[in-house]
Design a binder for this molecule. Structure first.
Ligand SMILES: [Zn+2]
Ligand SMILES: [Zn+2]
Length: 158
């Protein structure tokens, strides 16, 4: 089974001093940014969207809205969102496609073009493909043990 989902990650992007309304004194702060990531096997692989930025008082731990001067424009979040939806749909269909006889190499290519890095894509498809491999001598494409003909050239698999 291919396990994927999303996770929020916080990152410290700066620090300094500010007047904390809670402590009512000058305190150190950490400027943090929260981002939602697309995860594969619980590993964040692609940032999906910027959830916001805030500053945290190092003295009381209170969080406050970052001032406008801290805010940076977020990348095109909607495009990223669509891309990860495509990736999720692809991951959901890997097993079915392998059973239909689609080559391992093609599935890896689909996943990498949807934004996954090559190693992660290769590992995911190899895991889903299980044991045993068959290869098309003409094209060099790799298939699962249950595939019998090459979807590219129609040749018999070795
Ligand atoms: Zn404080
Ligand atoms: Zn072939």
């Amino acid at each position: 089974m291919i396990i994927f989902g999303t996770r929020v990650r916080q990152k410290t992007i700066g620090e300094g001093e500010f007047y904390c309304p809670h402590c009512q004194s000058m305190c150190g702060y950490e400027h943090k940014s929260a981002r939602q990531f697309f995860t594969l096997y619980f590993i964040p692989v692609i940032p999906i969207k910027q959830l916001g930025e805030f500053i945290m008082c190092e003295n009381c731990g209170g969080t406050f809205k970052a001032e406008a001067r801290f805010l940076r424009s977020s990348p095109a979040a909607s495009g990223q969102q669509n891309r990860t939806e495509d990736l999720a749909a692809l991951l959901n269909s890997v097993k079915a496609k392998l059973e239909k006889g689609v080559s391992i190499d093609y599935l890896v290519r689909d996943l990498t073009s949807a934004g996954l890095n090559y190693d992660m894509a290769r590992q995911t498809v190899e895991n889903a493909a299980g044991e045993g491999r068959r290869v098309c001598e003409a094209c060099g494409l790799t298939y699962t043990a249950t595939a019998s003909t090459c979807t590219e050239c129609g040749g018999r698999l070795q």
